[in-house]
Each structure stands twice: as structure tokens, then as C-alpha cells.
Write a protein that binds this ligand. Sequence first.
Ligand SMILES: *[C@@H]1O[C@H](CO)[C@@H](O)[C@H](O)[C@H]1NC(C)=O
Ligand SMILES: *[C@@H]1O[C@H](CO)[C@@H](O)[C@H](O)[C@H]1NC(C)=O
Length: 313
Amino acid sequence: MTFNKTELLLLSFFFTLHSPAISWTTPSYAGRQGEWCLLQSNIGITAMHMQLLHDDKVVIFDRTDFGKSNISLPGGRCRNDNKDMALGVDCTAHSILYDIATNSYRALMVQTDTWCSSGAVVSNGTLVQTGGYNDGDHVIRTFTPCFNEICDWTEFKNYLSQRRWYASDHILPDGRIIIVGGRRQFNYEFYPSLSGTFKLKFLRETYDHRDENNLYPFLHLLPDGNLFIFANTRSILLDYNQNRVIREFPRIPDDVPRNYPSTGSSVLLPLDENNGRIEAEVLICGGARRGSFQRAARGHFSGNFYMWTAGDH
Ligand SMILES: *[C@@H]1O[C@H](CO)[C@@H](O)[C@H](O)[C@H]1NC(C)=O
Ligand SMILES: *[C@@H]1O[C@H](CO)[C@@H](O)[C@H](O)[C@H]1NC(C)=O
């Protein structure tokens, strides 16, 4: 039986906090239990990437090079792409805009491959999606919310100074975005692009030759203005303005990689501004032992559960 990711995704949207139609027996959450509800049984594409926008719409997109989707581009449009690995002419959409309020969606048009790209929403509400695969690896695409039904992706080809596939992005206090790493990219750059590429030896050092394990590095902007970067088992504090690593934190204690393909996840815990000195704490969960990616390809799976925190104390 195939597992329908798209359906699952839409189920997860509707976990509301105020409609206790199903009662759970967990007293500590009394009054806060939700309800799972299928909103759309098929949105035509798989949600490889999605981003909630400031207007409560969700832009959802998939890779473009895997054949037809199940939703047509409007107006009989087609994409002509002689670099596409599956279809030179593709009249289906690989992105949609989902409107939570009306539970409706419409097709959007992406021109280049967004597979394992990365992105960030800048303060004016525009999503800036960077990189991807093949013809998408140097591309920046923006999506700006609109009140009408016509806004769509805008693409800027050859914008990035390096190929960015599995990079990570973070917004910065001055309005820029920092774009860090990607496959065999031991460097970072900025959007808007004014200054080129900056080397980051840490990314080379955390690259495992067989498994990589330093892709989609975890990024968190700390209260002191520097960028926390976690890759594989190590983490640093980067002053991205001076291209200077100002601190290296201790390695994660069990030496188990946390980044793609040993993918875990990370979050900056809430900051308490009532503390005289704001302390930042990063929580990292998941991960998989070195070699898991290769073993999984041969059908050997092992369960893991890991969780550590790193404090800026
Ligand atoms: C989507 O799938 C349904 C059911 O298989 C099919 O009838 C429909 O034509 C498909 N639409 C597109 C645009 O592929
Ligand atoms: C918002 O920011 C994006 C990305 O920098 C830019 O392309 C766009 O023009 C801005 N929109 C407005 C309305 O200023």
C-alpha cells in the first residue's frame, strides 16, 4: 500500500485547539484537545516543501523532475524544459497555494527544480526560496502574497554564486538572508547578493566522506547577533559579518550525526527577556548513527532516539 504524504499533511493542518469533538483522557490538556479532519483528499502534488505565509496561506511545492503531477497548470500553460529529467514539456503544476480560510487551493508555476532547496520569509512577507537541483541549483525564486488570485513564483536564474542543494537559510536583523552550505559547498553567501562567497572550514570538517551528514545544517540567530550553526556532531558561533568563528561548542556527547541524511531537527527554545542576560538554549532531537543511510539502502533499519540541548551559558 502506498503512503499518501499529501493526505497526511492536510490532516495535520486542522489540529485546532478549541473543538473537543473527540475527547482524550489526558487531564493536563483538558480543553485544549483537537480534532483531526481531512480537508482535501488530494492536492495534486506532494508536499516536499511548504511554508506558511503571513496571510495564512501555505505555499506548497515539490521537485519538478519526477514526471507529471495530478494538477494541471491553469490556462493550458506548459513548461518547456529540455533539462528536465522526466518531461521536456510538462503541463502540470508542481506548486500550489493553499488557503486555510476557504480550504481551497490553486496551482502555481515553478520553472526550475526545487528539490531539496531552502528558503526564508523576509520581513515584508516575501518567501525567498534558494537553490535546488539541476537547473534549479543557482536559482532564487520569490513568492509574494497578494490579495488577488494571480500572484505566482518569480524566478531569478544564476542568482546564487554557488550551487545550493541541501543548504539552510536564515533571516538576519539587517534584512538579508544568509544561505549556508549545501552539497559539497563549504561556504556561505547572502541574499541580496552583493558580496560573493565566504569560506567556512567548519563545513568541510563536518563532511563525512561516505554519508555527508552535514547537509541542511541547523541555523539559529542568537541574541548577541551571531549565528549558531550545527552540522553533523559539532556546533559553532559564527560572526558572519567578519567571517570569523568566535566559539566552538563541545561536540554532541554520543558522536551520532544529526544532519542530513542522518536527519534530526533543532529548535531555539523561547528566550526570556526578563532575564538580565538573555540565555539562548538550542534543543536538538533525532539523528541516526553513522552509516545508517548506507545500511537503510540495503534494507537494514535501526531505531534511535536521541535528544540533547546546547546552552549559551
Ligand atoms: C488526477 O487523478 C485523477 C484520478 O486518477 C484523474 O482522473 C485526473 O485526470 C488526474 N488529473 C491530472 C491533471 O492529472
Ligand atoms: C519584499 O522583499 C522582496 C525580497 O527582498 C523583494 O523582492 C520585494 O520587492 C519586496 N516587496 C516589497 C513590496 O517591497
